[in-house]
Design a binder for this molecule. Structure first.
Ligand SMILES: O=P(O)(O)OC[C@H]1O[C@H](OP(=O)(O)OP(=O)(O)O)[C@H](O)[C@@H]1O
Ligand code: HPA
Ligand SMILES: [Mg+2]
Length: 179
């Protein structure tokens, strides 16, 4: 599996530093509040575990599963709500946890859904921000790292459902998905 990686961009130590930095910011920004944290499956599973252990707040943790890439390297431009949340978010402060914001379409879909359901505020904490990939005008509030316009895998991010268990984020060799 490691042989399919062209370059390691962020290792475990880098990611831990980002979790500490963002965890402290979120703890300060939401002091005295009890936000709902919405983790976006599957990609955000490791980021959720690492970031939230650096957040010193009472939080409600919820999971939502939206899918756009369906395993490939390109957004299908069609967002599917695979599993919805069960709790009522009316009047709540919501923090969405993403592994990556790329075209921005998944995020736009979720923000619209949460706004329609009456969330009081919606912010986004993403490990990776691929600004060059954007197709819609949307930004994350908390960003671990900016990433260049390459297809990356690892630490939750997949290609054909594989590589999510790599302990780092790296660029997938092009030959893996062009052959
Ligand atoms: O900004 P976008 O272009 O919408 O891309 C970002 C989203 O796409 C990926 O999810 P994917 O659809 O691959 O589902 P997964 O998390 O289960 O892999 C990623 O985990 C983000 O949720
Ligand atoms: O670069 C990426 N890698 C894996 N999944 C993704 N989903 C959006 N962008 C990416
Ligand atoms: Mg994916």
């Amino acid at each position: 599996m490691n042989n399919d990686i062209q370059e390691v961009l962020f290792d475990q130590a880098n990611i831990h530093d980002a979790a500490v930095r963002l965890g402290q910011q979120i703890t300060q920004d939401y002091a005295g509040e009890k936000p709902v944290v919405l983790s976006v499956l599957k990609g955000a599973y490791l980021w959720t575990a690492d970031l939230l252990r650096e957040v010193d707040l009472y939080i409600d943790l919820e999971f939502i599963n939206v899918s756009s890439y369906h395993g490939g390297v390109k957004s299908t431009d069609e967002i599917t709500l695979v599993t919805d949340i069960r709790s009522d978010i009316m009047g709540r402060q919501v923090i969405i946890l993403e592994d990556i914001v790329d075209t921005g379409q998944s995020l736009l879909f979720m923000k619209a859904l949460l706004a329609k359901r009456g969330a009081a505020s919606i912010k986004v904490a993403t490990l990776l921000d691929k600004k060059a990939g954007r197709k819609v005008d949307i930004e994350a509030d908390y960003v671990g790292f900016n990433v260049r316009n390459e297809f990356v895998v690892g630490y939750g991010l997949d290609y054909k459902e594989l590589y999510r268990n790599l302990p780092y984020v790296g660029i997938l060799k092009k030959e893996v998905y062009t052959k």
